[in-house]
Design a protein around this ligand. Structure first.
Ligand SMILES: Nc1ncnc2c1ncn2[C@@H]1O[C@H](COP(=O)(O)OP(=O)(O)OP(=O)(O)O)[C@@H](O)[C@H]1O
Ligand SMILES: [Zn+2]
Length: 488
């Protein structure tokens, strides 16, 4: 069985064959750092984190590079508006990015190059494009000449003449020095007071697209396996990266191009510029668990749009309670079931991960993920496992025994834990207040409450119920004086 993925470049699903067997070189376009990240950014980076984790689980050695765009018009505007040096703006939001993403259990990139760290290499790259006839200087700016690159438009499927008809015809009107309306800036001359670097064309700063071409080359070489980003980056950003890199280096920039769909609000892209966004930290600080956001994202296939609504978050919350219950099963009941070392089980080790690869759940999970990272189908496999464990937990709590034997249950729980981890879904037993109460203690409290009720000490009975509730144990009184319970 092989991994297939949808390649935006060829507009079809293709088997995944890396340039070098067993190794995968990935470049992901990072954020422009001038504000906090919103749920749309969360989607993009959760999805790519999951792809990376999955490739690693499949046994590939993955190198994952993601940039920070730390010089840009929006950063300059923000710095001027807030009267704060631009370097301070970028530093603040890089740190905020890292904090937010770590809270979402997104693994750090292997390297995070910054655009401003590669200015000399950018200048050199532009000189090379000029020397080869793909770029021209005009009064301190440098533009890429799209007409010189015959396959311009191959990624987005656009034809230059059609695009030209749609583009604003401002060439030669004095506002621009471009030769063709679609020519784009590689180097922008600095206006007074703007941050700038020396170059053969005078003081200025790089355009957005050239940064990525240069950082890919510097970090990963002329050709990589996977280049990824949000769907809006297909054109012009990635189209322009291809034009720059392939013209300068005469090699395909990336074998596979992956693009994630948007998080929308009322049918519109959630976006900083439109102002219709909710930041990741607003949501997490309001008490939404990070894993709920991960589930919200992963419940959809990564290329499809997702609508952000309160209902969708509530439904992800429900799904997370089921999954969390399953993930904590071993920590809560392992001892009762006689799993001596349940609490110490370490699944961080990839070898431990492979153990489960033979189970039927693991192979269903793999088929789902092999099909262009179908996380919604992969999650269905996890929910099956979690629901089975929930049933067994109810049997254990109410009948004192499980139907399935302890060993099989342990294996199911391990499989669930390992596969969930591939999707970055983890439940921490340390934060599980209810785990500190063993089933026996809970049963004993219930008996105490029953006795209190029988002796008409209703206040005491209520106190016991509230005490348990505070610890996340919900009591359900059934007819005939029977009290069942569940953990929240
Ligand atoms: N609503 C969204 N849904 C999914 N991905 C998104 C969304 N908004 C931004 N992204 C992706 O996040 C990554 C980083 O985005 P970037 O910093 O360039 O922000 P942006 O697209 O300018 O954001 P905004 O549109 O909010 O100003 C890009 O790959 C982009 O496509
Ligand atoms: Zn980029």
């Amino acid at each position: 069985m092989s991994l297939t993925l949808y390649n935006s470049l060829t507009r079809q699903k293709e088997p995944f064959e890396p340039l070098e067997a067993g190794r995968v070189k990935i470049y992901c376009c990072g954020v422009t750092v001038y504000d906090f990240c919103h749920l749309g950014h969360a989607r993009s980076y959760i999805v790519w984190d999951t792809v990376r984790r999955y490739l690693m689980w499949r046994g590939y050695r993955v190198t994952y590079v993601q940039n920070f765009t730390d010089i840009d018009d929006k950063i300059i505007r923000r710095s001027q508006a807030d009267n704060i040096p631009w370097e301070q703006i970028t530093e603040t939001y890089i740190q905020a990015y890292l904090d937010d993403m770590r809270r979402l259990n997104i693994q750090d990139a292997d390297r995070y190059p910054h655009a401003t760290q590669v200015i000399p290499q950018i200048v050199q790259f532009i000189e090379q494009l000029i020397a080869k006839g793909y770029a021209y200087e005009a009064n301190g700016d440098v533009y890429y000449a799209v007409e010189r690159f015959p396959s311009y438009g191959k990624l987005s499927g656009r034809k230059l003449d059609q695009m030209e008809a749609g583009a604003s015809g401002r060439v030669g009107d004095g506002e621009t020095k471009k030769r063709h309306p679609l020519d784009f800036a590689l180097w922008k001359s600095a206006k007074p007071g703007e941050p700038s670097w020396d170059s053969p064309w005078g003081k200025g700063r790089p355009g957005w697209h050239i940064e990525c071409s240069v950082m890919v080359k510097e970090e990963l070489g002329d050709s990589i396996d996977i280049h990824m980003g949000g769907q809006d980056l297909t054109f012009p950003h990635h189209e322009n990266e291809i034009a720059q890199s392939e013209a300068a280096l005469a090699a395909p920039l990336s074998r596979y191009w992956l693009h994630n769909g948007f998080v929308n609000i009322s049918g519109e892209k959630m976006s900083k510029s439109l102002g219709n966004f909710t930041t990741i930290r607003q949501m997490l600080d309001a008490g939404i668990e990070p894993m709920v956001l991960r589930l919200f994202v992963l419940q959809a296939q990564y290329r499809k749009p997702i609508d952000f609504t309160d209902g969708a978050i509530a439904s992800a919350q429900n799904s997370w309670s089921t999954l969390k219950d399953g993930l904590l099963f071993g920590h809560r009941h392992g001892k009762t079931l006689g799993w001596v070392d349940a609490a110490e089980a370490d699944f961080g080790d990839p070898a431990a991960m492979r153990i489960e690869a033979d189970s039927s759940a693991a192979s269903q999970f793999q088929s789902a993920m092999d099909d262009d990272f179908n996380t919604s189908a992969a999650l269905a496999v996890l929910f099956e496992l979690a629901k089975d464990l929930q049933k067994e937990r109810n049997r254990l709590v109410h009948d004192g025994e499980t139907q399935t034997d302890a060993n099989t249950l342990r294996q199911q729980w391990q499989t669930l834990t390992v596969l969930a981890q591939v999707l970055g879904l983890e439940a921490s037993p340390d934060q599980d207040a209810t785990a500190t109460l063993s089933d026996e203690v809970i049963e004993a409290k219930i008996q105490e409450r029953k006795a209190a009720k029988q002796s008409k000490s209703f206040a005491e009975a209520d106190r016991i119920r509230d005490e348990l509730k505070a610890l996340g144990i919900i009591l359900i009184d059934k007819p005939g004086g029977v009290t069942e319970w569940r953990r929240e």
